[in-house]
Design a binder for this molecule. Structure first.
Ligand code: CDV
Length: 309
């Protein structure tokens, strides 16, 4: 058995006025809870250090850049790294990344138990729009503030396991999981900020949103025989509700732990990486069963092309 005691560390709402230092103090409190539960691996949400700022329309680049980190760790996050290092805990969390040459990404990192960053992923599937949209109940401006990720979907060896990362909307795309699956991934971590209602369909509420979220995480786990740890930033941020429902899903696609609140909350599970072996060597033995000669459209075509009517 290759067991990793894994904690999903959900964050409750972060208001616009909350400082990074305040958020990092909350994250450290959760780390301490995870340590007390014997966890060696912890996962925090997408854009964990700030409010979900893409809901706000901004025109001045200096207003946008205030939400980004130009170094990791930086002055505000160094205490988090120090705490994880002292407690010998590996972690993954998301933040808005501003590169030295001025590029903006929605990023997640993976550290080992010494606090070293061993992996970086930049969100590929950016949802939303890039200009103010008066048809929507609220804005979702990820396409305005971020570039699509340029690092692909890598998998790293960490804690004696094969680990990969996705970010929020990526979980709805089977291609994203499959590229990780093709590298033998055993643990997929992903953070999310999912509004509780669909900004373009007011009758799609929290129960539907949670259903689609669970469906996406459970199918990704099952079809690639991998653990999936999906962690929310939840609750009401400046009047805008986000779903909770942080999950740990086993390689059979079963939910083994789920948060019950929309606040800071920990769920823990002992995840055995060897539990991935059965699926990977039987029904989802890719080498034996995949038929790539029929999958050309997946990479050659973006939009649907139905037959002529
Ligand atoms: N942060 C996100 O990527 N949110 C999307 C919303 C816009 C649907 C999500 O997939 O949850």
């Amino acid at each position: 058995m290759r067991e990793i005691v894994t904690a999903a560390l959900q964050l409750g709402p972060i208001q616009k006025s909350d400082s990074r230092e305040n958020v990092v103090a909350r994250m450290i409190k959760l780390l301490e809870q995870a340590k007390a539960a014997d966890a060696t691996f912890v996962v925090f949400p997408e854009l964990a250090l700030t409010t979900f700022f893409p809901r706000w329309f901004m025109e001045e680049q200096s207003d946008v850049d205030q939400w980004f980190e130009s170094s990791m760790p930086g002055p505000a996050t160094e205490p988090l790294f120090a705490c994880a290092r002292d407690m010998r805990m590996a972690m993954s969390f998301g933040y808005a990344e501003l590169t030295p040459d001025g590029q903006h990404f929605n990023t997640s990192i993976l550290t080992d138990t010494s606090g070293a960053i061993v992996g970086k992923y930049r969100k590929v599937h950016l949802p939303g729009h890039s200009e103010y949209d008066c048809e929507r109940a609220f804005q979702h401006l990820e396409k305005r503030y971020f570039l699509p990720g340029d690092l692909g979907f890598p998998v790293w060896r960490n804690l004696n396991a094969n680990m990969g990362m996705l970010i929020c909307n990526d979980r709805r795309w089977p291609e994203a999981y499959r590229v990780l699956g093709l590298q033998g991934v055993e643990m997929v971590t992903l953070g999310f900020n999912t509004p509780s209602v669909n900004s373009q369909m007011s009758n799609e509420g929290p129960q539907d949103r949670l259903f689609h979220h669970r469906l996406s995480c459970q199918s990704g786990a099952y079809q690639n025989a991998t653990w999936v740890v999906a962690v929310a930033k939840a609750g009401v941020e400046d009047g805008h509700p986000l779903i909770g429902g942080s999950l740990i899903v086993d390689p059979n696609g079963k939910i083994v732990a789920e948060t019950a609140t929309e606040d800071d909350e920990m769920i823990v599970h002992v995840c055995d990486m060897d539990a991935c072996t059965f699926g990977k060597t039987t029904i989802f033995d890719f080498k034996r069963h995949r038929r790539i000669e029929h999958y050309g459209r997946i990479t050659e075509q973006t939009g649907a092309e139905p037959p002529a009517v």
